[in-house]
Design a protein around this ligand. Structure first.
Ligand code: ADP
Ligand code: MG
Length: 723
């Protein structure tokens, strides 16, 4: 048996099984070995056969023998009988009326039996027990079943695998055992460096696989899980650091900064930078001063002032001339996820750069603008220009700062001296895309990524392992906290009354619903989630008859969405009923209240971002979490939202509160449930990061550890993108 043999070359599989296995992503022998149990049954519930007493209903584990059928002495009822034994003793089994049971199993088979201990003429027997064939236990492992049973260290555990129609946990167990018995483990060298294993007391590969699939005790199982969790994070780190090393081979424009000029620029801001902003700025300027590209991630809650930091970085870059040139300036591209946001950045940048006379361009699908302009009007300091014209100016280097959507640098726009790329909320703009940028230009741009999506530090260090991380963990002084309330169903009326009072002061309201108007996809939920369209009608009819109410959701055309936003911004609309599309890109200072319907359906990070929408005002802001679920866990999660100091703290709480199965790492971040166990463990993540950094620094191609290098390639972490 070879590791990469297809399963079908060793096992007979019917069509359903084949389909099921491919659904589980299991094709090869190796795949089965790396299909890990999701949990272990609690074996401490198993009884030793020698200790059974009459009347108990028990589960025992042991070896069958003496199976036969006969007719009961008087009644002539057909029955089957046999013996089950473990190291502590044996007991008779009788299946009345089920003579066929003797043929369902065979002598020597290992089984789990559940039944009632009954006293008969000749002593105790198990009456009509349920049978579960467990397959043969690996050598030694069943002996430990009979160890003293005190303490978890010696509690043996049976693996339970995630099943799918056609493939049971037992099937998997059985086949894993067969594969392991074939001696294949001995042919599998460990790809993790021995020093790393030793340093962190991790079991080597073969041992870890045995402990994963057939642990003698809970401690071994845990050690195995730890190894594979570490391994997952370690591999991601290796890949990211490798990509980083590769990217840093590129040459970049070294941006020099005139400190007093820079101070003058910042002093014109209508506020003083927070300490966090100052630190971030320093780190960025230091990065950009080097001749190889910066790769930095700036993480900060909505409103923490990332745009201001971006402006400083942009200013520093464009104050530099292209290499060997005594005219013109380096260029900056600033990209946002939506047109609305790009336009907002454009307007903000005009404020920051107004006095400098520096050209700023805006490119979006619906049009292009340029600032400043000779034909300036009072309302609009910019002019609309054609895309062709703007592109031409960008191409010959005349426009230093260009703002647009993410398509900006991927599409036809060419820069002459692109020195800095700033990207807002684009988790998918990974190393590959950056590498492409580097190829396109002679110089690779410095790269500053910004995100308001608060994720735990451990997760950030892992998935953004190729980036240096700076947190803006401080809000500008004087910013009010959003007052957050969890509103149970019976308190809604009161909440609406409070909201009406605020609205009478001229404030506006967001109402967020979990869906638009199609059927609720999450039918398991006891309550049907509110839909935007129905809720808007209901609010108009029952709660706010005298208010202007509009809807906003992703199925609307771009133009319609913008119209609605425009009207909400101007105050023509009082209440905006929306899906979570308002999460990014809306900034209406007068909207100080937000109701979130079905709050329990949203992740904490998302709730936090939704709440951030009402943070833009000098008026007190309110967030009402309308929750329908009553479970304590739900309430605890929502309470975390009330209590967390900032998004990062919240994301840490979220991580701690959620069980491994709920982390949805694979979907969101490309990390398995097992890997997420590592993410919960800061020490493990730091260890993986430390080792990966050191290894790649010594040997970027991993040529001294070829097994590790090929294992890394096999993981196929290439092009791993994050939503
Ligand atoms: P982010 O992009 O992180 O959401 P912005 O840079 O857009 O944040 O800043 C949000 C608001 O706070 C803007 O109106 C900005 O002018 C203001 N702001 C930024 N930094 C500060 C500061 N240090 N002190 C006061 N206000 C600030
Ligand atoms: Mg921003």
């Amino acid at each position: 048996m070879q590791l990469h043999d297809p399963l079908t070359s060793h096992f007979r599989l019917d069509l359903t099984q084949k389909k099921a296995l491919s659904k589980l992503n299991i094709q090869s022998v190796r795949d089965v070995l790396f299909y890990f149990p999701i949990r272990y049954t609690d074996i401490s519930a198993l009884k030793n056969i020698g200790e059974l007493t009459e009347g108990d209903t028990v589960t025992v584990y042991g070896k069958l023998s003496g199976l036969k059928t006969r007719k009961a002495f008087k009644s002539k009822i057909p029955m089957a009988e046999g013996i089950i034994e473990d190291l502590s003793g044996k007991i008779k089994i009788i299946w009345f009326n089920q003579a066929y049971m003797a043929k369902m199993a065979h002598d020597g088979q290992m089984v789990k039996l559940s039944g009632k201990v009954t006293l008969g003429k000749n002593g105790l027997y198990l009456a009509n027990p349920e049978v579960e064939k467990t397959g043969e236990m690996p050598i030694d492992s069943h002996e430990s079943l009979f160890s003293d049973g005190s303490g978890s260290e010696t509690t043996p555990a049976f693996p339970v695998y995630r099943e799918t129609k056609g493939i049971t946990s037992r099937w998997l167990f059985h086949h894993v055992q067969k594969i392991m018995r074939s001696g294949i483990l001995e042919t599998m060298p460990d790809y993790l460096p021995k020093e790393v294993l030793d340093k962190y007391h991790l079991p080597k590969l073969a041992t870890a696989l045995i402990w994963m699939h057939a642990p003698k005790n809970a401690k071994d199982a845990e050690a195995a899980r730890k190894r594979f969790a570490f391994e997952e994070v370690f591999f991601i780190q290796l890949k990211r650091h490798q990509e980083r090393a590769e990217y840093e081979k590129n040459k970049s424009y070294a941006v020099t900064t005139d400190t007093s000029d820079m101070n003058n620029f910042v002093e014109r801001f209508p506020f003083a930078l927070t300490k966090a902003q100052q630190d971030a700025t320093k780190a960025i300027l230091a990065d950009m001063a080097r001749t190889y590209p910066m790769a930095r991630l700036l993480e900060g809650d909505v409103g923490s002032g990332k745009t201001a930091v971006a402006a400083v970085a942009a200013y520093a870059a464009i104050k530099n001339r292209p290499t060997g040139q005594n005219f013109g300036s380096l260029q900056v591209a600033y990209m946002a996820p939506t047109e609305i946001l790009a336009t907002q950045h454009f307007e903000n940048f005009i404020k920051y750069f107004k006095h400098t006379g520096i050209n700023v361009g805006l490119i979006t699908g619906s049009g292009c603008r340029k600032f400043p302009t000779k034909v300036a009007s009072a309302q609009e300091p910019w002019t609309n220009i054609s895309r062709a014209q703007l592109s031409k100016w960008i191409e010959n280097g005349e426009i230093p700062i260009v703002i647009g959507t993410h398509a900006l640098i991927q599409k036809s726009v060419k820069f002459k001296h692109l020195a800095l790329v700033i990207i807002d909320e684009q988790h998918r703009f990974g190393a590959l895309q950056r590498a492409k940028l580097a190829k396109k230009e002679g110089f690779a741009p410095h790269f500053l990524s910004m995100t308001a999506t608060p994720i735990p530090r451990t997760l950030a260090l892992t998935i953004y392992g190729d980036l240096d991380l700076t947190l803006l963990d401080e809000m500008p002084a004087g910013r009010k906290q959003v007052i957050t309330e969890i509103i149970p169903i019976n308190k809604r009326k009161d909440a609406y009354e409070e909201i009406k009072k605020e609205m009478a002061q001229g404030r506006q309201l967001y109402v967020i619903c979990p869906r638009i108007n199609e059927p609720d996809p999450d039918k398991e939920m006891a309550v049907i989630a509110k839909s935007v369209t129905e809720e808007a009608k209901r609010l108009k009819k029952e709660v706010f008859p005298d208010k202007e109410i509009a809807v906003l959701h992703s199925k609307m055309t771009k133009q319609k969405k913008e119209e609605v936003m425009e009207e909400f911004y101007s105050g023509a609309i009082d209440i905006l009923v929306a899906t979570s599309v308002v999460e990014v890109g809306v900034n209406v200072p007068n909207a100080t209240m937000i109701i979130i319907e079905g709050a329990e359906r949203f992740g904490l990070a998302q709730l936090h971002q939704l709440r951030g929408r009402v943070l833009r005002s000098s008026h007190q802001a309110y967030c009402y979490l309308f929750a329908e679920a009553k479970s304590q866990k739900t309430i605890d999660r929502l309470k975390a939202l009330k209590n967390a100091k900032n998004g990062f703290e919240l994301s840490e709480m979220d991580l701690a509160l959620r069980g491994a199965g709920e982390l949805a790492g694979t979907k969101q971040w490309g990390i398995t449930d097992l890997g997420m166990e590592a993410i919960k463990n800061i020490k493990m993540v730091e260890a993986a990061r430390t080792e990966a950094t050191a290894l790649i620094a010594r040997d970027p191609q991993l040529s001294k550890t070829p097994l590790l290098a090929s294992a890394l390639i096999a993981k196929n972490l290439e092009g791993l993108h994050f939503e």
